[in-house]
Design a protein around this ligand. Structure first.
Ligand code: HGY
Ligand code: MN
Ligand code: MN
Length: 416
């Protein structure tokens, strides 16, 4: 005799169609997406998501960071809701699935429960967190961080993009700043479905990643100041080349990360050189070093070596250097009960699965500080993400959303 809901499965075609529909908003130039946070495209994507949620009978909450909360009522209005979601904003050369799979996977749960007339005791709330990517406004996971009390809202509103625009102004400009105070909502649990963004699950031929931990992240913005001068007439010994200093430090970053192999990683994705003119020795370089590891002591060692050894490189070249911590979070261990619900769901549904540590940061990493939290991952082709060529299969999406639904519904409690 099947247990209640044991044969519950989502509609994989409907989920896939919704993902493809969302992908039409803020298209990239190579088949992916450029739907950066609090841009007009982000606003359009939000409107589409809201229309789908309302069509599914949800009420929509919106807080002062633009976080969206689509609520499906439970039979016990006093019961704390089970939250499920991720983010709809993308990288400038992002894929169609990063974040979107988790938000629309949550919506697909509600659509399936509606189709089958299934009631749950706890309400279920599907969530879109604003600015998970941190590409336009650092840091990443900005709004889930405010929700979890890690950042103040005022500080978040003051974040500026490369054009000097403030996050708070842009959120208001696109019309998605709600009135609800951020972080007042209490959660019974939170689940996030996300593509792995790495190669492990595909290589191991596993449908499902049961995410037990998230590695920690550190973003240090480095500013090197030299002296602009003519690339032709300035003798080599007289040069104060900020670009060369940055290059030597980035080589050092690579060496530092390798010194903690196999798990630590390090690189700089954001690099600005000034004045960036073909015949001017760069007078200034500003870049963000991204270090990650599952081990906090390793992150701290990498940060220390960057400041010590990077500082020495600048000193030896006679240049000024400044370091500013602009983002980060400690390694995360997810809630064992929620993780078990994920693992049991994969087992029950007959999907191959393995435990995994998340290499990327996610909103769940902050929400884990205020509610029992777990994540589900699906593979992605060649482990590629933050690239317009990011790809998953419909079967992987379906499997991930099936497991998400079982973990959420089991936690929310089916009412016959
Ligand atoms: O940076 C991250 O890990 C996430 O993709 N924002
Ligand atoms: Mn993401
Ligand atoms: Mn991402």
């Amino acid at each position: 005799m099947a247990a209640p809901g044991e044969n519950l499965r989502i509609d994989g075609d409907r989920l896939w169609e919704s993902i493809m529909e969302m992908a039409k908003i803020g298209p990239g130039v190579a088949g992916g997406n450029n739907r950066q946070t609090v841009t007009d495209e982000d606003g359009e994507g939000r409107a589409l998501f809201q229309s789908w949620c309302e069509a599914a009978g949800c009420s929509m909450g919106l807080d002062q960071m633009g976080n969206m909360f689509a609520r499906r009522e439970g039979t016990d209005p006093e019961a704390l809701p089970v939250y499920v979601g991720s983010h709809l904003d993308t990288q400038p050369t992002g894929g169609k699935y990063d974040g979107v799979l988790g938000v629309l996977g949550g919506l697909e749960i509600l659509r399936t429960l509606n189709d089958l007339g299934i009631k749950t005791r706890h309400p279920i709330v599907v969530t879109n967190f604003t600015n998970e990517e941190g590409t336009r406004f650092a840091p990443a996971m900005l709004s889930s961080g405010v929700f979890a009390g890690v950042h103040s809202q005022d500080w978040a509103y003051e974040r500026e993009d490369a054009q000097g625009k403030r996050f708070g102004d842009e959120l208001k400009r696109i019309g998605w700043r709600g009135e609800e105070e951020v972080g007042q909502r209490k959660m019974h649990a939170f689940f996030e479905l996300h593509i792995e963004q790495g190669p492990i699950l595909e290589a191991e031929r596993k449908d499902i990643g049961v995410v037990t931990h998230g590695q920690g992240l550190s973003w240090t913005q480095v500013t090197v100041t030299g002296k602009e001068s003519h690339t032709g007439s300035t003798p080599m010994p007289m040069r104060k080349n900020a670009g060369l200093c940055m290059a030597r430090i980035l080589d050092k970053v690579d060496e530092i990360a390798w010194s903690h192999k196999p798990h630590a990683v390090g690189a700089a994705g954001h690099i600005d050189i000034y004045p960036n003119s073909r015949n001017v020795i760069p007078g200034k370089a500003v870049f963000t070093v991204d270090f990650r590891s599952p081990d906090l002591s390793v992150i701290e060692d990498m940060e220390r070596r960057l400041r010590d050894e990077g500082g020495q490189i600048a000193k030896d070249m006679g240049l000024e250097i400044a370091f500013e911590k602009v983002g980060g979070f400690d390694p995360v261990e997810f809630d064992k009960t929620c993780v078990t619900a994920v693992r049991d769901a994969a087992e029950r549904l007959g999907y191959s699965h393995q435990d995994i540590i998340s290499g990327a940061g996610h909103d769940a990493c902050w929400i884990n500080q205020v509610a029992p939290t777990a994540m589900i991952m699906c593979p992605c082709v060649d482990g590629l993400s933050h690239n317009e060529a990011e790809e998953i299969t419909k079967d992987w999406a379906r499997a991930g959303a099936d497991v998400l639904m079982h973990a959420v519904v089991e936690t929310a409690g089916i009412v016959e």
